[in-house]
Design a protein around this ligand. Structure first.
Ligand code: ASP
Length: 321
């Protein structure tokens, strides 16, 4: 008998409902120290209290744009103790991979969305360009030689970089990493040229002057102090450029409904935690407060994102086996 069924029957029999009964693992499908990892660690901290002081650990399972970690959670015990924090890759990977080892909408319980995160176009500090116009000139002068870092097919940096190349009409050499934390190390060190990455990873580096920042990917400028002077790609000439990513929390399919409800209630509490909200704002992210914070609203949004990005990705003609 499946574990979830046993749990459901136990609950139906009126047994005391205890969750969690052991440490909870949040799988981050990217490298430690990167943008998604930062969100996950802050979230783990904020979830502890609403989950009765539970131990919550973060496990980094990077690779293949986040699909390796997602697959691990899809196949994990469905008792609510193994969760996944994944971003827009949840919605873009069905179009990017010809044979994804899990079904995005069928193999998970949707717990709720966490945040919306803008992205920034950054470059190595030694680039001879100091603003977006100079960057475009440098890219055009160096056609065939420009390196673009990303975190693999399915990563937000991949999607953003793909659209950037497409709208600019220039092909670059992409350098894939297990997450944008190691990619950032190479940008800072000057080994790769440019990257489009989430503000949760770039804000501190921009603030510290360790990378050059050229533009933001949202249609509107941002208000975060370190980012507020950056132009949008749209106003800089890439009309209609609009990439904003998001994170959501998932459990394996079949996790008992009372557990999903408890996790959702804990998530709602966590997202109200002033420390969590402050941290996210400082990193340029916006905490979700709308209907996407319900399991049904979360799933509906991911479905809409799959329908939104699928044709864009297909038009860009990029996919993997
Ligand atoms: N979110 C990824 C990371 O945490 C990067 C990406 O999606 O581009 O490394």
């Amino acid at each position: 008998m499946k574990k979830s069924l046993i749990a459901a029957l136990t609950l139906a029999a009126g047994a005391a409902f205890a969750f969690p009964t052991k440490p909870i693992t949040i799988v981050v499908p990217f490298a430690a120290g990167g943008p998604t990892d930062k969100v996950a660690r802050d979230l783990a901290e904020a979830l502890r209290k609403p989950l009765g002081g539970a131990t919550i650990v973060v496990e980094n399972v990077g690779g293949a744009g986040g699909t390796l970690g997602a697959n691990k959670v899809a196949k994990a015990a469905n008792d609510g103790h193994t969760l996944l924090l994944y971003h827009i890759g949840m919605a873009t990977s069905p179009a990017l991979y010809r044979s994804l080892p899990y079904k995005t909408l069928d193999d998970f319980e949707f717990i709720g969305m966490v945040n919306d995160v803008p992205m920034t176009l950054i470059g190595r500090p030694t680039l001879p360009a100091n603003n977006y116009a100079e960057l475009v000139k440098w890219i055009n002068d160096n056609k065939g030689k420009v390196n673009l870092a990303n975190a693999g097919l399915g990563a937000a940096s991949h999607l953003c970089g793909l659209l950037f190349q497409q709208k600019l009409g220039v092909e670059m050499t992409t350098v894939p990493y297990k997450g944008t934390a190691p990619a950032m190390t190479d940008i800072i060190g000057g080994q790769v040229d440019i990257m489009c990455d989430q503000t949760t990873n770039t804000t501190a580096q921009i603030e510290g002057g360790r990378v050059k920042a050229f533009a933001v990917t949202t249609p509107k400028r941002l208000t975060t102090p370190a980012l507020k002077n950056l132009p949008t790609l749209d106003e800089s000439g890439l009309k209609g450029f609009d990439v904003q990513i998001w994170h959501g929390l998932y459990a394996p399919k079949g996790t008992p409904a009372p557990v999903v409800e408890k996790l959702n209630a804990a998530l709602r509490e966590a997202l109200k935690d002033p420390e969590f909200v402050k941290r996210q704002e400082a990193l340029g992210a916006v905490v979700v407060t709308d209907e996407r914070l319900t399991p049904a609203g979360h799933k509906k949004f991911v479905e809409a994102e799959i329908n939104k990005w699928g044709p864009v990705i297909k038009a860009a003609g990029q996919y993997a086996d």
